[in-house]
Design a protein around this ligand. Sequence first.
Ligand code: ADP
Length: 539
Amino acid sequence: MLGIMMDKQLNIADILEYAAQYNTDAEIVTRQVEGGIHRYDYRSALRRTKQLANALQSLGVEQGDRIATLAWNTYRHFEIYYAVSGMGAVTHTINPRLFAEQIIYIINHAEDKYIFVDLTFVPLLEAIKDHIPVVKGFVVMTDKAHMPTSSLPNLMCYEDLIAPHSEDFAWPEFDEKTAAGLCYTSGTTGHPKGVMYSHRSTVIHAVSACRSSALNLGPLSRVLPVVPMFHVCAWGIPYSSPIAGSSIIFPGAGMDGASLYELIDTEKASALLGVPTVWLGLLNYIESINGNLDSVENVVIGGSAAPRSMMEKFQDVYGVFPIHAWGMTEMSPMGSLCAKTPYLMAADKEARARVQSKQGRAVFGVEMKIVDDQDQALPHDGKTFGKLMVRGPWVASGYYKNDDRSAFRDGWFDTGDVSTIDADGYMQIVDRSKDVIKSGGEWISSIELENHAVGHKAVAEACVVGIAHPKWDERPLLLIVRKPDADCSKEDIIGFLDDKVAKWWIPDDVVFVDSLPHTATGKLLKTEVRAKFERHYLE
Ligand code: ADP
């Protein structure tokens, strides 16, 4: 028997229509790439979005076409998200930090028809323009006064493009499973893989993300997404904020500590989202000027493990609740997080740290399990390591134009992460499957060792890799970047780790380096580190 309810299909455009009608107090503030601050409300955003949808139609954009962006977090990028997806085309956000060859690959693989580009990234496209013949034209996201002279063919100016068009546009109706957004994983090996979001997955994810047991957004929130709109849609903030009625503060190109602090301070940001590296920059800056984070209620930290020292600084020094979160491109990206609970609010420092160092409980809509090498379920006892599998309405079921189905098994997605899950449902990432160190048949978590090492006062960054060993198969090697003007020896570090992990986890050697290689999304590039130190324990 079927329910007797309307079959109204979910559409991303409905989010902005709703916000424009009901969330009239909220504003969208942008630090402009051209300089200065721009502000308007959801109503004005909707009007301009409709002008853009008309403009796209006049350019011949049809449903299903991929329209790319190479852009910072700004109001124009926000308008593109809604205009492109709302008319039935696909918003393809390109990560400008990828290597040129990867960007070329992605544009050709996606067959992008037009590319919208911020002033910053025009030279990047000029350098590769001969390798992307699929693209019909380029729109610079600026006004006439700031248009650059450029060798790009069929160059247009965003403001000139939309100006002549009507503010009326009837969003077409289509199946909610229609493709809406495309985002490629950065991929440390092989070609980047495309994850194709639908209207349905995006809207359901956004509704789930706003709740106070998730990202904690509401009409009083002033959200600053530092996580880029070119990295898993800024964790869905451009969709969940208008639903929640929150104001959005877009940081544009200013991702350094000083620029972020100025924006937080003057715009009274209350909710921040970003990766640990960004918060390191912000916290260092605040310390240097003796500043505060008085307007901020919570900070979401995800993308890689949040160090304990960082969470304590936010919470104990600045009174900001850290929400440790885990997710990935294939999951739109929200998977699990550590929201406020009665237990956490009452716990002492040690008990709180034990919970918050974990990546949290699955949010409603995501199911999780851990399995062994034969895909058999493992116990949720907080100790047993297993491959983390997930399923849910906003989890990818395959990659775009890619036959590799090895991660998709029995209706579940193998995240490539190794984790534990405890009896209360808290999941803890132990490692990436490819990074976990296999020493004498037992597993050692490189992430846990790194987290302990960065707790040492002289350590700026730490990286642990498994290196081939004649007796134990693999043994951990610790690489350390010291803080400027700080000093420490191998013995200092080993001594520091001594009471924090099991004896057999202690790295056999510590190497001090000036810098560590990172991927385009700021994660440690361990393949490169392993290759460089391949023979370290053999010679
Ligand atoms: P990429 O394009 O680099 O894969 P993703 O954002 O999709 O970018 O990366 C997802 C991966 O990042 C996860 O599978 C996990 O390994 C890691 N990750 C994300 N959040 C956390 C976290 N809070 N702690 C530890 N690792 C995390």
